[in-house]
Design a protein around this ligand. Structure first.
Ligand code: EPZ
Length: 427
């Protein structure tokens, strides 16, 4: 397995391109199942999860063609053709590797009137149930049965009537599945307490381009009129707000000055506010965000929350940055029950962090020291990279396959702004 080796101490300076958003790509790709016509996605990030999702679509009978991807390009163009589905089953061996596979459930019911999807199981950050996904489909008229580790959903008469979906808690994935099932239902669907993440807006914008009828985009109440058919479209994936926030924390912890190129500032207001409160200079110029930190970092008190609150996917990364703040920060993780797996690894590098339930007290320290550390999940692995960039000596991050799921060509992007970082294969 590959490792990433970092020798800390370099200030990051220069321009860093931001890729297409992983969590948008993973809900845009299954939309292609909703039409017999080709769907072309531009600015698709080169990530392991995107490749896995492509294999899942192939398993269902869709073709996925990558166009014009030179090795030096960031992002790719993929055309997905689902003219004829040969299966409506997402098997365990694919779903267990990537829980976002559950996002074929809604589109398969919407296209074929049925789906059989392996239950995704939990992951490092929590047990990640899918009850809200299933209840949403039931509220739209689907029959749901659970057996032998699979969920089977079917629409009476082959097409969902539609209905009123009211989410008890905000769920990004459940909202995505509900929207993708509703756009081809026989009647109308109202979704209340819908997630408002920018990735949901991206999903709705693609579906609108495919001929869907959705109102309330970007709000917590979506009204959808089912269409008999949707047509193909070409759509550009939104920039990755979490990748951008991650590299902002990397620039800040090194006392550097980095231009993040190709961002959408409105998607990351809470992150920008957090960085500014920590004393980081953040300058917006169109799709470029300049991050400069030439003074001490100030401690923060932050809670994660659904959009537009502070993103849970940014918690580990800003915690790493705050390990070097002049004072104590208090972070509260309100979305997932076990999203502090990075804490013991950061502690191995000299961080002073105490976790009590959902709250972490991060006491800033004068120095972090490089050490061999282990990635446990995607965002935890990025927090270790961020700490390694400022730690004295060498940090070796193992199990970097976690990183490859969500950060396109990370070491190249960081090398280009001055980091002493390389990927070492174990042969
Ligand atoms: C999406 O996961 C993202 N993944 C996650 O990003 C992100 O952390 C999360 O949304 C929250 O923003 C993708 O988009 C592929 P949820 P999702 O349903 O949809 C509970 C990353 O690092 N819940 O909004 O699975 C759940 O346990 C990943 O890029 C239920 O109880 O998240 C959690 O506590 C990690 N029942 C809360 O809701 C359900 O049926 C929010 O989860 C569904 C969720």
């Amino acid at each position: 397995m590959d490792r990433i080796v970092i020798r800390g101490g370099n200030r990051l300076t220069g321009r860093l391109p931001i890729s297409g958003a992983k969590n948008a790509a993973l809900t845009l790709m299954p939309c292609a199942l909703l039409t017999e016509e080709p769907v072309t996605l531009r600015n698709l990030p080169r990530l392991a999860d995107v490749d896995s999702f492509g294999h899942l679509l192939n398993q269902l009978g869709a073709s996925t063609e990558i166009e014009g991807a030179r090795p030096t390009d960031f992002g790719r163009v993929m055309t997905i053709r689902a003219g004829r589905l040969t299966s409506t089953e997402a098997p365990y061996d694919i779903v267990r590797k990537m829980r976002a596979s559950i996002l074929v459930l809604g589109p398969l019911v919407g296209r074929a009137g049925e789906a059989k999807v392996s239950l995704p199981g939990g992951c490092a950050i929590g047990n990640r149930p899918i009850d809200l996904h299933l209840r949403a489909l039931e509220a739209m008229g689907a029959d749901i049965e659970l057996a032998a580790g699979y969920v089977r959903a079917s629409a009476p008469g082959g097409r969902l009537p539609g209905g009123r979906v009211t989410f008890s808690i905000v769920s990004v994935g459940a909202t995505e599945n509900a929207v993708m099932a509703a756009v081809t239902a026989r009647g109308g669907t109202i979704i209340e307490n819908a997630a408002r993440e920018p990735e949901i807006v991206d999903l709705c914008n693609l579906l609108l381009a495919m001929g869907a009828s959705i109102s309330g985009v970007g709000t917590g109440t979506l009204e959808i009129e089912g269409r008999d058919r949707l047509h193909g479209a070409t759509y550009r994936v939104m920039p990755d707000r979490i990748e951008a926030g991650s590299y902002a924390c990397a620039a800040a912890i090194t006392g550097g000055s980095v231009d993040l190129v190709g961002i959408k500032a409105d998607d990351m207001r809470a992150t920008i506010a957090g960085l500014a409160d920590a004393g980081v200079t953040v300058i917006e110029k169109g799709d470029v965000l300049t991050i400069a930190a030439d003074g001490p970092l100030r401690p923060l008190t932050l809670s994660t929350a659904p959009f537009p609150g502070f993103a849970t996917d940014m918690q580990a990364q800003i915690m790493a940055m705050l390990c070097r703040a002049a004072g104590s920060s208090v972070l509260t993780e309100t979305i997932f029950e076990n999203r502090y797996m990075h804490v013991p690894e950061l502690a191995r590098m000299g961080a002073d962090i105490q976790v009590r339930g959902r709250t972490a007290l991060v006491r800033g320290v004068d120095r972090l020291v490089g050490a061999p550390v282990m990635a446990t999940d995607l965002r935890a692995s990025m927090s270790l990279i961020i700490a390694g960039l400022v730690a004295e000596g060498e940090t070796q991050v193992s199990r970097v396959y976690h990183l490859d799921r969500g950060y396109e060509r990370l070491e190249e992007k960081l090398q280009a702004v001055g980091a002493d970082i390389e990927r070492v294969g174990d042969g």
